[in-house]
Structures are given as structure tokens and as C-alpha cells.
Ligand binder design. Structure first.
Ligand code: PHE
Length: 340
């Protein structure tokens, strides 16, 4: 018996395990239920008590030896199959290192900023979580204005009210409180409205606010500034029109339309067959708003506008579904490289 154990021990030690198959062969031959070592344990029952003592110990050692060898070989094989240099094919082309690109709305935003910076507008910024005063009251909204309703605006707290700003006009107030005229700034940012999401509406979108307050600023300045902007953005052939409108914080107020670039004014879905697309609200800053910011309306006047960045982008790239801008679909996003 002892002899047999020793010769198997020599075999186990010498057994070369170089692959998963040889490992399995090793297991079947020595360790598995019908393997040599369990068979030896069966044989052990048959020998005399005296022989059993010594042979038992040798057999247990052999069992240990075989099991250890199996385990270490198994982990070695697992590790090497994970990162075996033999598996690397150096002739394969490299995985391309994809460089991202700017979001179409960012491209438009930068272009808008660039156009207005050349006219002497500087860049300003304000909070997206705003109080009632900056978003509504200082902008001359009456207490019962519908925009103050829960179904139109996202409120975060009531009494005192804190909300997600519904437009970038809050930054007008912050600027006029902070500095004295002349003020000539543009203020891009995200705004929020409680709307069901569809191709034409979203619960958030982007605006660029513009504000120019100085002595002798008139409606002609507003018209010419935005006409210049439209030409820089869309080319010299663009047409622009002002429609009378109403905002509590401007008087007079106008909505600004540009000729539809998609159908060249012939009528399509984007312009709702009118040939015109609205891109901004605008007007002369209301005297009450200037007073709320301690600016004397007898001395200073100003114009303001609020432009939808999605709208401006839609006409540049002919994208007619607002949802695409926030779905993060790489197939959509990678199509936009530059503006003009
Ligand atoms: N705040 C207005 C809106 O969101 C746009 C606007 C800005 C109108 C500035 C006039 C002046 O609809």
C-alpha cells in the first residue's frame, strides 16, 4: 500500500499541467470520485490496523498535495487566460479614440455671444433657483399673473416663494441692482416651465437675455441690433419683423420673427405655413422695472430681449423636435460641428 501511494505521489508531482485540458485530465485521474486517490481511500479500509496508521497519513498527504496542485494550477491558468500576451493581435487596427464635440445648443450659444460681444455686450449670469421678487415682482408682474400659478411654474418653496426661473429676465434685475448704467449685457441660461414634453415644448429650455440701458436708448436701437444679429447668424438675405406684443416688464413690447429658412418663406411645418418663425420677445424696459432697481426712468431708457436658443438652433440645423436636444443620443449629437 505504502509503495503504491509513494509511486502515485511521484506521478502527481511530475504531472505537467499546461492547459485547461491537462488540468481536467489531472482532476479526473487523481481527484475525482473515481480517480486514483479516492480509490486508495477505499483500499485503505481493507488493510490491517497497523498498516492503516502509516498509510493513512501518507494518503492524506497525497490528497493534500494533489488538491493544492490542482488549485494553484487552476488560478494560474485563469489569470493567464485573462491577459495572455499570446492573445494580443498587434496587427489589429487601434480602437479609435473618439473626440467628443460640442452640443448643438452650446454651438449656437457661443455664436450668439460672439455676435453680441462684437457690439460691446458683455456676458452675465444669474441663478436658476430664484425668488419671487427677481423672477416676477421686480419685473412688474401683477400679484395675480397666470405665470405665478403652480401649473405654469415649478415652485420649490412657498411663502416665501422660491422657484425655478421661468425666463432669464431675472438676470436683468440682478444686473441693474448691482451696477449703474450704461449696462450692455447678454445673459444666456437655462429656464424652466411646467409644460408637458412634446416636439414643440419642454419643461426646460434655454434663453439668451439681452439688456441695454443708457441715456437715449430707443426702439430704433433695439430694431437695428437684432436685425444685425439675424444677419450675422443667418446671412444677409434674412428678413426680420416685429409684431406688437405684451410683457409686463417692457413697454412697448414686440415679438421678433425671422423669415423661415427652412421653406424660404413658402410655408412649412416649422413656420406653421406662415413663412415666419418667432425667435425672441423684446421691448423697451418698463419705467417701473427701472424704478424697482433704483434707476431713474427720466434719465435712462433701455431695451431688452429674450431669445430662445433652441429656436435659433432649430433654424440653423433644421431640427424640428425639441426632445432631441436632451435625449443624449450620440447619433444626433455628433452631427453638429460648427455654426457658420
Ligand atoms: N422673458 C420673456 C419670455 O420669456 C422674453 C422677453 C425678454 C421679453 C426681455 C421682453 C424682454 O417670454
Amino acid at each position: 500500500m505504502e509503495q503504491k501511494i509513494k509511486s502515485i505521489e511521484a506521478e502527481v508531482t511530475a504531472f505537467a499541467i499546461s492547459s485547461k485540458e491537462t488540468l481536467e485530465n489531472f482532476r479526473l485521474k487523481y481527484i475525482s470520485k473515481k480517480g486514483l486517490i479516492p480509490t486508495l481511500f477505499d483500499d485503505l479500509k481493507k488493510v490491517s490496523a497497523e498498516e492503516k496508521k502509516n498509510a493513512g497519513k501518507l494518503l492524506n498527504d497525497l490528497k493534500q498535495l494533489a488538491e493544492n496542485k490542482f488549485k494553484t494550477s487552476q488560478t494560474e491558468l485563469d489569470d493567464s487566460s485573462a491577459s495572455s500576451s499570446a492573445d494580443i493581435d498587434l496587427s489589429l487596427p487601434v480602437i479609435p479614440n473618439r473626440v467628443g464635440n460640442q452640443h448643438p445648443l452650446s454651438l449656437t450659444r457661443y455664436r450668439i455671444i460672439e455676435v453680441f460681444e462684437k457690439l460691446g455686450f458683455n456676458l452675465a449670469d444669474g441663478p436658476e433657483i430664484e425668488d419671487d421678487w427677481h423672477n416676477f415682482t421686480a419685473l412688474n408682474f401683477p400679484p395675480n399673473h397666470p405665470a405665478r400659478e403652480m401649473q405654469d411654474t415649478f415652485f420649490i418653496e412657498k411663502n416665501p416663494d422660491r422657484l425655478l426661473r421661468t425666463h432669464t429676465s431675472n438676470v436683468q434685475i440682478r444686473l441693474m441692482k448691482q451696477q449703474k448704467p450704461p449696462i450692455r449685457s447678454i445673459m444666456p441660461g437655462r429656464v424652466y416651465r411646467n409644460e408637458a414634453i412634446s416636439a414643440r415644448a419642454h419643461c426646460f429650455f434655454h434663453q439668451v437675455e439681452g439688456l441695454y440701458v443708457d441715456k437715449n436708448v430707443g426702439f430704433a436701437d433695439l430694431k437695428q441690433t437684432l436685425y444685425h444679429f439675424a444677419q450675422e447668424m443667418y446671412g444677409k438675405d434674412i428678413k426680420i419683423r416685429y409684431r406688437p406684443s405684451f410683457f409686463p416688464f417692457t413697454e412697448p413690447s414686440a415679438e421678433i420673427d425671422i423669415s423661415c429658412l427652412i421653406c424660404k418663406g413658402n410655408g412649412c411645418n416649422i413656420c406653421k405655413h406662415s413663412g415666419w418663425v418667432e425667435i425672441a420677445g423684446s421691448g423697451m424696459v418698463h419705467p417701473n422695472v427701472l424704478k424697482n432697481c433704483n434707476i431713474d426712468p427720466e434719465e435712462y431708457t433701455g431695451f431688452a430681449f429674450g431669445m430662445g436658443i433652441e429656436r435659433v438652433t432649430q433654424l440653423l440645423f433644421q431640427v424640428n423636435d425639441l426632445r432631441l436636444y436632451s435625449e443624449n443620443d450620440i447619433r444626433f449629437l455628433k452631427q453638429f460641428k460648427t455654426v457658420m
